[in-house]
Ligand binder design. Sequence first.
Ligand SMILES: NC(=O)c1ccc[n+]([C@@H]2O[C@H](COP(=O)([O-])OP(=O)(O)OC[C@H]3O[C@@H](n4cnc5c(N)ncnc54)[C@H](O)[C@@H]3O)[C@@H](O)[C@H]2O)c1
Length: 293
Amino acid sequence: MTSTIRSVGVVGAGQMGCGIAQVCALAGYDVRLHDVTTERIEAGLATINGNLARQVSSAKLPEEERSKALSLIKAAPTMDDLASMDLVIEAATEDETVKRKIYQQLCPALNPEAILATNTSSLSITRLASATDRPERFIGIHFMNPVPVMKLVELVRGIATEDETFQSANKFVASLDKTITVAEDFPAFIVNRILLPMINEAIYTLYEGVGTVEAIDTAMKLGANHPMGPLQLADFIGLDTCLSIMQVLYDGLADSKYRPCPLLVKYVEAGWLGRKSGRGFYDYRGEVPVPTR
Ligand SMILES: NC(=O)c1ccc[n+]([C@@H]2O[C@H](COP(=O)([O-])OP(=O)(O)OC[C@H]3O[C@@H](n4cnc5c(N)ncnc54)[C@H](O)[C@@H]3O)[C@@H](O)[C@H]2O)c1
């Protein structure tokens, strides 16, 4: 038995929430997008519009599909606007307190049958589920960034996730033409358990003066055949998200090898969060990104 999902609510209109809303609408789902302010929702809708327009102008998407997808995504200024959704995916800031508060406000508004999913990169699905009224209908659906481009989605069950919820989520993700890997509920699952310590080590390499930003990224692109250097990738993910994931690994696995690099902490404290704030290991305010160290 699986639930039929026709409508998807997305909480958080940041880089991931917008990407999720975009792929769901392109697959024909009715989508509602929520964030803390209407300005953020409008900014999210404008980002989606811009992304789809770029796909049309590079002949990757017919104009009719763009306008159909846009007509399927509507702003949801309040949690009550998500009441009729079959599935709600929370893609808000990677902070457990923020996510718990969202579930407290969201759950009473939802249909009891609705499935609630989180796009968390690292937090315990079991612990997040315990902050909801439906641990058996709660699951981790971890999309990769950028959502429209990346093929993989990690599915993560909490201890209480029912098989029906898992099967429904599986069917939903397959309908988006994504490939699923199943990960157990351990800190940062599979992709980020491996990727983030590598990025953190690249930041240590910069911190200790082993190489410049450019040297480190070039070394890993040309020496390890990575499509993007680790510092460029960190900026792309968001340095606040990188720090949160390292902190979850460090706390959850109690091993000093996961300690976040002090330079990463300093950048986040400065508000230098990467591409989304205009500056991280690169400065994005000019025509081309410029390394900052
Ligand atoms: N950035 C990545 O590469 C990546 C990849 C996979 C998963 N994720 C996960 O996706 C989630 C979102 O990450 P992101 O990169 O989109 O972050 P982001 O900073 O771009 O966006 C987060 C959004 O959440 C909103 N938000 C904060 N509190 C909220 C609340 N109470 N109610 C509604 N919205 C709220 C913010 O206003 C913001 O628009 C995180 O859990 C992150 O770990 C991120």
